[in-house]
Design a protein around this ligand. Sequence first.
Ligand code: APR
Ligand code: PHB
Length: 390
Amino acid sequence: MRTQVAIIGAGPAGLTLGRLLECAGIDAVILERRSAGHVLSRIRAGVLEQGSADLLERIGVGGRMRREGIPHDGVELSFDGDMLRIDFHGLIGRKVMIYGQTEVTRDLMDARNASGARTIYEAEDVSLHDVRGGAPRVRFVKDGGLHEITCDFIAGCDGFHGITRASVPDKAIRTFERVYPFGWLGVLVDKPPVADELIYAHHERGFALCSMRSHTRSRYYVQVDAGETVDAWPDERFWDELRRRLNPEIAERLQTGPSIEKSIAPLRSFVAEPLRFGRLFLAGDAAHIVPPTGAKGLNMALRDVGILAEALVEHYEAKSDAGIDAYSQRVLAHTWKTERFSWWMTSLLHTFPETGRFGRRIQRAEFDYLASSRSAQESLAENYTGLPDA
Ligand code: APR
Ligand code: PHB
């Protein structure tokens, strides 16, 4: 089999890249280890920056998002029950769009099925060959048979645990990592959200987040210690803990019900450098991870593949490799700023084993500073709604 770009992974990064290339008339094949159903069963964040929503519109998959997504003008922060609204629209004239990653993935898959573009699901044992040479190859096993794709480029969109980054020799890559000593326990419930906007709450018992998927489906999280298991958190315990971490009037309004999904996600900051190795490019979670505070993971993935698609189009159409040569540096410049913001929001809102009394006062001072300073709020607003490309 031959294609121009072999894309490994059919998460949001791989599917969006596939669509961008399709729109530009560049042939690509996507290889995905799991089934389409499994990819769609993963519940992830649901906040799109304006730039991400615009990108989805541009590649013709924005219709349902436009109809069913909920534009938000701001978010609420809560510190020991004291509320502070950050009015993105009033401060800097920007908004975000509430629309689940699962829905983005579904829309991209539907568009790909409709156009007949090739996706090979349940592709096992994917391996990369001759990445540094002129004609890289990708091998995989499907239905027991070994197959090979020859291509011009490989896009590593296979997430944090994928094989593309792992295929790079240790001496050619540097990684930077911080693992947080806690996770987020998330619950999905078919009840209307407790508030019109998201609420990010700091409490001495730990962080909590009130989010939503629609006007009738809510997503809530509480910070739990690393190593906690879902079994230890029956619904009642979850709701009690969430209420305790919120402002009492909001806790009173919370509508609870049986959870339709419950899972624990660890928190990690991670960056690989560089992001290009010969004809292999890393994008999305394969390249970097942020803790979910700030909802940047999906947005970073979309930005990466936007930059990568531009570079590949330039290669094929303008016969220039300037974009390809600049890919790593361009993505990393943005990545590190977003890493900083996600780390900062995580640091402000969570309780850490080492925080101590001094640290808590500093967190409170940070919140009070935000409450009193328009420039601090503008800074939060521009980061949350998405920084412009470097
Ligand atoms: N071979 C083929 N596919 C693989 C392999 C492999 N060896 N390893 C992983 N994959 C697939 C996974 O099954 C998954 O469907 O790659 C895909 C990667 O998708 P994501 O993990 O969703 O990563 P990405 O597309 O970069 O999207 C980033 O997703 O993880 C969230 O918070 C993150 O919102 C962010 C977004
Ligand atoms: C979510 O809705 O799942 C969500 C929203 C905002 C975040 C993280 C997760 O920062």
